[in-house]
Design a protein around this ligand. Structure first.
Ligand code: AKB
Length: 314
């Protein structure tokens, strides 16, 4: 069957890179990018693009019919820090956007759904190190609560209606092609730009705040691998733990100094510190490795060198 892929949220940090990769795989005309706002020129002019609010169920349905869409990647969401400022709006977008897409799959208009979860599903009572796939989950952020609830709904739609929905608990994602927006892990992207532009960075988290992170090429690889795996290999229909590296701002700054010796960092924790304090420092992703062969390519050293090379010479 010919696959036609629809990406909702193509202007975001993941969407921008995922659309390019999917177009390589499925052909430019078979990947429809969309967002509520304009995407980068690369995304918008490189293939079909639709302006869409995923909360508009009828408009979403029309696009699915117009292009004969078979798969949807639903990336439109408000991230952790922004969601704390826009509590009801975040809940509405993160939950009802998901229902709109899951219902299209339930009604058999599309055959496969990707929906991102996050390490934010964990909370202050979760074991902090090597956090297992199944453990205490009492998130206390709006974003975390929406992701945990979303996971339960994905599992439910799979079990009750046979919906082929797949999901990953992303750690912080670091890339040079687009800016992150409104997350708690965003410092790990900003630091590179400021290190190269100004030689110094004021970090909004404390120096010893350890968080799980991943370089964007691994983020894209994990997403595609999960979606391409045969359905019978996907044993977890809530969301898989996913890991690549863990570090603190201090450790990242030391790694950057190896490339930019005069680089300095200062710390001025803000409200995002409270969010970070509730998240794990490291993740056990052995189920993903076992079920569909997940293995990251980038560690801290390799990611740092590649970020600096690409930001310096775009
Ligand atoms: C955020 O910081 O909100 C996101 C995430 C970890 O899901 N990057």
């Amino acid at each position: 069957m010919k696959e036609v892929v629809f990406v909702a949220g193509s202007s975001g940090q993941i969407g921008t890179e995922l659309v390019m990769k999917l177009r390589e795989m499925y052909g430019v005309d078979n990947v429809i990018a969309s967002d509520i706002k304009k995407s980068s020129d690369e995304v918008k002019q490189g293939g079909p693009f639709e302006l869409l609010d995923v909360l508009d169920r009828d408009a979403l349905f029309s696009i699915v019919k117009k292009y004969n869409v078979t798969q949807i990647y639903l990336l439109a969401a408000l991230l952790s820090a922004t969601a704390e400022q826009k509590v009801k709006g975040a809940w509405n977008l993160n939950m009802n956007g998901l229902f709109n897409v899951l219902d299209l799959a339930k009604e058999q208009h599309i055959s496969k759904v990707y929906w991102p979860s996050s390490i934010a599903v964990f909370g202050p009572t979760t074991p902090k190190h090597n956090t297992p796939q199944r453990t205490i989950m009492e998130p206390n952020t709006v974003y975390g609560i929406s992701k945990q609830t979303g996971e339960r709904w994905c599992e439910y739609y799979n079990a009750k209606y046979g919906v082929d929905v797949r999901s990953l608990r992303y750690p912080g994602l670091i890339g040079y092609k687009s800016e992150p927006g409104g997350g708690t892990t965003d410092y790990a992207v900003h630091i590179f730009h400021e290190a190269l532009e100004k030689g110094t960075y004021e970090c909004f988290l404390k120096e010893d705040t350890e968080l799980p992170m991943m370089y964007m090429p691994d983020g894209i690889k994990s997403t595609i691998s999960l979606m391409e795996a045969p359905a019978e290999q996907i044993k977890i229909r809530s969301a898989y733990n996913l890991a690549a590296m863990s570090f603190t701002p201090k450790i990242l700054a030391e790694e950057i100094k190896k490339h930019i010796p005069g680089f300095t960092i200062t710390y001025k924790p803000d409200s995002r510190q409270q969010i970070a304090d509730t998240w794990p420092g490291s993740i056990d992703d052995s189920e993903a490795r076992k079920d569909w062969g997940w293995l990251p390519d980038y560690d801290l050293e390799k990611m740092t060198a590649d970020m600096i090379k690409n930001i310096s010479h775009p």
